[in-house]
Design a protein around this ligand. Structure first.
Ligand code: GRF
Length: 230
């Protein structure tokens, strides 16, 4: 199978975009980043795309009266770039049920919590005020409900005694940058599918992918991106 043409949708800094761009430089990575779409003209991620020589377009939501028109403009860009897969990476617009249905199981999102805990915003503040011992991130397939959908990969980080929201955010972000390339690779190889009880990895049936400081095998820096079980 050739590299799967992937678009990354952003609204801001784009550090997760950067992690995907970096991973996709490996010759055996199964996805190629063919397009970056930002709904904000000032998103720094556009500069990251430019540096990586990846086409980037701005589809400014403020230019459209209706969400359907905004989404139609995005889909036209995806069509022109012959995109097969979409990664939401800090994309701060909610996609309609119709868009989600048309792209079902082809859109991933990354969220800075261990879903289903802490959907929505201010995840780290809420985790800290609840006094949880661990937090992390989740890469999941997108469904119309906000921050919901079958989980592909989760990354766990400890909450440390002297954490504030910013320190925790940075530690979670580091794990995000490892989880997202791994999740996209899994999806791009076609190795995973959405089953009744969630995502199934046919090469490792019964296993869930969790990046955890104590799980050295899964936290290895160079996961196998090929079709063979690692
Ligand atoms: C990340 O924390 C991601 O989980 C959330 O938005 C943030 C985007 O950060 N959805 P960046 O733009 O990738 O740096």
């Amino acid at each position: 199978m050739g590299r799967r043409a992937t678009a990354v949708l952003i609204s801001g800094s784009g550090t997760n975009l950067q992690a995907l761009l970096d991973a996709a430089r490996a010759p055996d990575y199964p996805a190629a980043i063919r397009l970056v779409v930002s709904n904000r003209p000032d998103a720094f991620g556009l500069e990251r795309a430019r540096r990586a020589k990846v086409p980037a377009v701005v589809v400014d939501h403020r230019a459209f009266a209706a969400r359907e028109d905004f989404e139609a403009a995005i889909e036209e860009e995806l069509r022109l770039a012959e995109v097969e897969l979409v990664c939401l990476a800090g994309f701060m617009r909610i996609l309609s049920a119709e868009f989600c249905a048309r792209w079902r199981d082809r859109v991933l999102n990354i969220h800075p919590s261990l879903l289903p805990a802490y959907r929505g915003l201010r995840t780290h503040e809420r985790a800290l005020s609840d006094g949880v011992a661990v937090s992390g991130c989740t890469v999941h397939f997108v469904r119309p409900e906000l921050d919901a959908g079958p989980v592909l990969v989760q990354g766990v980080v400890p909450v440390l005694p002297d954490d504030d929201a910013e320190r925790l955010r940075r530690r979670v972000l580091e794990v995000e940058h490892r989880c997202y390339p791994l999740a996209l690779a899994l999806q791009a190889t076609g190795r995973v599918r959405v089953g009744d009880g969630g995502v199934v990895d046919d090469a490792r049936p019964g296993e869930r992918l969790v990046l955890h400081p104590l799980l050295a095998r899964l936290a290895a820096n160079s996961p196998s991106f090929g079709n063979e079980p690692g």
